[in-house]
Design a protein around this ligand. Structure first.
Ligand code: SF4
Length: 357
């Protein structure tokens, strides 16, 4: 790294840490260096807004205060505690990693980013975030925020998904890691990216790094970083059917990668018509001749959108279908259902309250 870049980096570190000391955002998951707590918050923050995480984090800690209690839990309890946060693979990996930490490391977390990165669900970003915050290891936590801020500070004009771009940005990020307070520096960069150096139009007038920012000097900060447009998510029609029998509704456990392990109502992806719903109902009761449309709902995943039509059918017997759970109202509330099923769950509750009429 040239003397010029290093000198500017020193100035960026000094100013940004000063700004962070004055302006850092207060969150309940900050201010700890306990690797279990830092890990939990970083996993929750992976795909959930920072403002949303706080209450979930506290509730989860009440239930699983340390890695031993988490490792000892059943997967279903962990998924239930995660309910509402979405992206449940995170919860399953959290649980798996807790078991590895307890069984293979006696309950002690690996002591650096490299070791942390070997655990399920911990990629390079999360490993760096945990290691820098918990152990002050000087590793940059490169995510969208850091890539954006660093692209602008250094006027990095290449497409950021191009080969070598990640390496260049990481090396610039590495140059911004002070020997002490690396965790604070990563969090300061994240805060700057989340509140001032925003995607779209950055609020440069409030930025503590105006004098150091090459994109501002060039007059084009909003044009950076250069990112290839993402493909729009696939629109998938989905028929969901609430099968009711004797005050219970049928839930099945997902085997597919999307929402794996979560309980859902019987559904068919690729078709939202009543015939698809009726075919599902007839697997429980071959004599079923109609379904009733209850409601419609839409759920956006990362790469796909479920456009759901929700139907109901009262079936004659609970015997015909095995492998699912016939849930009464209390069980319906207790089992982990994904947010995608919210509208269907509410319709099922109405159905149960009305006695299936
Ligand atoms: S001056 Fe503007 S573009 Fe540069 S780092 Fe600050 S907010 Fe971002």
């Amino acid at each position: 790294m040239s003397a010029d870049v290093t000198g500017r980096a020193d100035e960026i570190i000094r100013k940004l840490l000063g700004w962070y000391d004055r302006e850092q955002r207060a969150f309940s998951f900050r201010g700890t260096r306990d690797p279990y707590r830092v890990w939990l918050s970083e996993i929750m923050l992976q795909q959930t807004r920072t403002e949303t995480v706080g209450p979930y984090y506290e509730r989860f800690l009440d239930q699983f205060p340390d890695v031993f209690s988490l490792a000892a839990a059943q997967e279903e309890q962990v998924l239930k505690a995660w309910q509402g946060l979405g992206y449940y693979t995170r919860a399953r990996n959290l649980h798996k990693a807790a078991r590895i930490i307890v069984q293979e490391h006696g309950g002690r977390f690996p002591g650096d980013a490299r070791g942390l990165g070997k655990l399920p669900g911990i990629g390079p970003y999360t490993a760096a975030a945990i290691a820098s915050i918990a152990y002050d290891e000087p590793v940059p936590a490169m995510d969208g925020n850091l890539n954006r801020v660093i692209s602008r500070l250094y006027h990095f004009t290449h497409e950021i998904t191009a080969p070598d771009a990640a390496r260049t940005l990481r090396s610039l990020g590495q140059g911004l890691m002070p020997p002490a307070r690396a965790g604070d520096m990563n969090q300061a960069l994240m805060d700057l990216g989340a509140t001032i150096c925003l995607p779209g139009t950055p609020d440069c007038g409030r930025c503590p790094l105006q004098a150091e920012c090459l994109a501002l000097a060039q007059g084009d900060p909003a044009a950076l970083p250069r990112i290839r447009a993402r493909k729009p998510p696939v629109q998938v029609p989905v028929a969901v059917v609430l099968l009711e029998c004797g005050g219970r509704v049928l839930l099945t456990r997902r085997r597919e990668a999307l929402l794996k392990g979560m309980y859902v109502f019987p559904l068919r992806e690729g078709d939202d018509g009543p015939e698809a719903a009726l075919a599902l109902a007839q697997r429980a009761d071959p004599g079923q001749t109609f379904v009733r449309e209850e409601t419609a709902a839409r759920h956006v995943f990362t790469h796909r959108v479920w456009n759901m039509r929700v139907y109901s059918a009262r079936v004659a017997s609970r015997a015909a279908l095995t492998g699912g759970v016939w849930a009464d109202m209390e069980t319906l509330k207790r089992l982990p259902l994904p947010v995608a099923m919210n509208a269907a769950r509410q319709a099922a509750e109405r159905l149960l309250l009305a006695g299936g009429d």
